[in-house]
Write a protein that binds this ligand. Sequence first.
Ligand code: ZN
Length: 420
Amino acid sequence: MRVTTAFKRLLHLDGVNVTAVVFGINVVTVDVALKRRRLVCPHCGHETRFRYDTRPSPSSWRHLDLGVWRVHIRATLRRLCCPTHGVVVEAVPFARPGAHLTSDFDDLLAWLATRMDKTSVARLCRVSWRTVGRACERVVATELDPHRLDGLFRIGVDEISWRRHHKYLTLVIDHDRGCVVWGAKGKDSATLDEFFTELGTERSKQLEAVSLDLGPAFIKSVKADGHAPNAVICADPFHVVKLVGDALDEVRRDLWQQLRRLPDDRWAKDFKGARWALLKNPDDLTDTQAAQLAKIRRTRGGIWRAYEMKEQFRAIFAGDLTRDEAAELLDRWCARAQRSRLAPFIKSAKTMRHRRDLILNAIEHGISNGRVEGLNTKVRLITRRAYGFHSADAALALVMLGAGPIHLKLPHERTTVPTA
Ligand SMILES: [Zn+2]
């Protein structure tokens, strides 16, 4: 078998013939020629037989490694004159427009970025994190489900910060499918207005419920003329439950400060590290954390009452309660918190009374905490990884890859390897 034939089979690239193989230092450069005669516009697919000119120097793309070898694909491309896009370099079947990586390599990087930390991806694939960001953007641009804004009934709007609270993304979540369907940088009402513009009048009318974290910006946009005329506004259960979690954490911190000042440090030692035992869901506790929680229960102090109230509050959102049942539990909870003599809980009882209707709307429309918690956790985890990106587009692309309507396949899952 000739070396060019062997490489054609090994690389398994669509629509090309291998014309030469050159071994360099750590790099194999594979020269290819496109099989098709016609030139194709990379932006719109317009085809023509007429070439404008041929590029003076060849283009190259990084492909998947072969063992320890980096592989570069090299081809001399022509330019065409597209009626819409003017003079452009022709598209190649194995890479996305403007990329210096093949689609296979793009897909691998995007897949890894949602599952692996920054340093590992960069080291394994020998690329910079910026390159990973651009690969993510390209994959999202071509692979996102084009019908993702169809059939939306119950949505949630959420803002999330990346790069340590300096920059924000606004995300729209489909509660029914449990994924992020839209995102943009920014966190004001104009940002969310863009979503409603894209959604259009007809699809907006279908919206039955919109959950919000209740910042004034998003409410303004949702209530704007024609944006969601038939939708009920609900409190976002994740944020509401988180408020109570924060109140519990405040009680814990106060107690910790008191214990630390005691002459006998035994109490402080015992209480150290109780944070996760208190804040995690009881089902997710490790054995040590469960033991620590049991110890706290035996004290019967304010911290235990705070913990009980957190769990009672979570229960309101966890089950399939009717509006009336939930209302009764919520009112009872507020009364208990009010009497608790714990300042953070007295404050949150006030907030909950203030938002009572919106909370009950969420429960009535089946937007439970269980539904949103998993997705929120996933989104927050992946946003943390996006800290390394400097561009909001890359951060957003990573969120969409990790939590959006994309079924990303790895190169070997997409193609069947031909028999030799
Ligand atoms: Zn075009």
